[in-house]
Design a protein. Structure first.
Length: 278
């Protein structure tokens, strides 16, 4: 539940931030009459993202045997790649995204190509929507394997996802209406760290799926086994697994992937800082 909440919260805030910047800029430049074009883009993105979510549900549980493990592992690796890119991209773009959006909005209005405003909001919401579907699907794969496809954890993840969306809307409303101070830099930094932790756990689980499919060798099947002390399928163990990727009996390759992921992301973030400083 916590994982799905944090993912939709961050994705929702990112989408709302971009849409809010566009609407605020139109208001400040006395061009609020063009707001409808922003809403058209948001509505279209929501509908298409919903359709993409429906297509994903058709695939969930649609495969069996080794190919199912391969497919699920591939989806998880893709989700981890996009999660990592998202964190690094926001770390880089958060300093200039507002100015860039305003330039594009000006260009659209000056050229009388008002549907370009719809495109801006559409791309923002659709990108976040597709990313959210991908991430939640990866989490569902993990939960289905640990607790069964029909478990109550599905419902808790869905509630968590909706809770994240609602919270994102509230935070965006507070921020743009000026009812309170929301430090977006701190928000994205904290959620970025938590999402990196979630992504590390997903990466290790993706390795596990490929091991089950016979694609990757475990090297050592169980480096340790402490499930008798803290079972990964118990209440506390499930929570730790969802947030930190806890595994009571991981293979050596899973541990290696989990540990090496952190310095890799740290290096990517430092490289972005170095490139910006030049």
């Amino acid at each position: 539940m916590l994982g799905s909440f944090l993912i939709t919260l961050r994705e929702g805030v990112e989408a709302a931030l971009i849409v809010g910047i566009l609407l605020s800029y139109l208001s400040k430049t006395n061009q609020s009459r063009y707001n409808s074009y922003i809403y058209y883009g948001v509505l279209a993105a929501m509908l298409i993202s919903g359709f993409a979510a429906y297509l994903f549900t058709l695939f969930l549980g649609g495969f069996t045997g080794r190919f199912a493990k391969f497919f699920e592992g591939s989806v998880i690796f893709l989700a981890v790649s996009v999660l990592t890119y998202m964190v690094v991209w926001m770390h880089h773009q958060s300093r200039s995204v507002s100015m860039e959006l305003k330039k594009r909005a000006d260009a659209a209005i000056e050229s009388k190509n008002l549907w370009a405003l719809s495109t801006l909001s559409f791309i923002a919401v659709f990108r976040e929507g597709v990313e959210t579907v991908l991430f939640l699907y990866a989490l569902f794969i993990q939960q289905a394997a640990d607790n069964g496809a029909g478990s109550a954890n599905y419902l808790s993840s869905i509630f968590g996802a909706f809770g994240g969306i609602i919270t994102a809307i509230i935070l965006a409303y507070i921020f743009f209406k000026g009812f309170g101070h929301v430090n977006l830099k701190t928000f994205f930094r904290i959620t970025g760290i938590i999402i990196i932790i979630i992504a590390a756990g997903l990466l290790a689980y993706g390795v596990h799926e490929f091991e089950e499919a016979g694609i990757l060798p475990p090297i050592i099947k169980n480096v340790w086994d402490i499930n008798h002390i803290l079972n990964e399928k118990g209440t506390i163990g499930s929570f730790l697994k969802a947030l930190f990727g806890y595994n009571g009996n991981p293979s050596l390759l899973e541990v290696t992937a989990y540990v090496l992921y952190y310095p890799l992301v740290f290096w990517m973030l430092k490289k972005e800082d170095h490139d910006l400083a030049q």
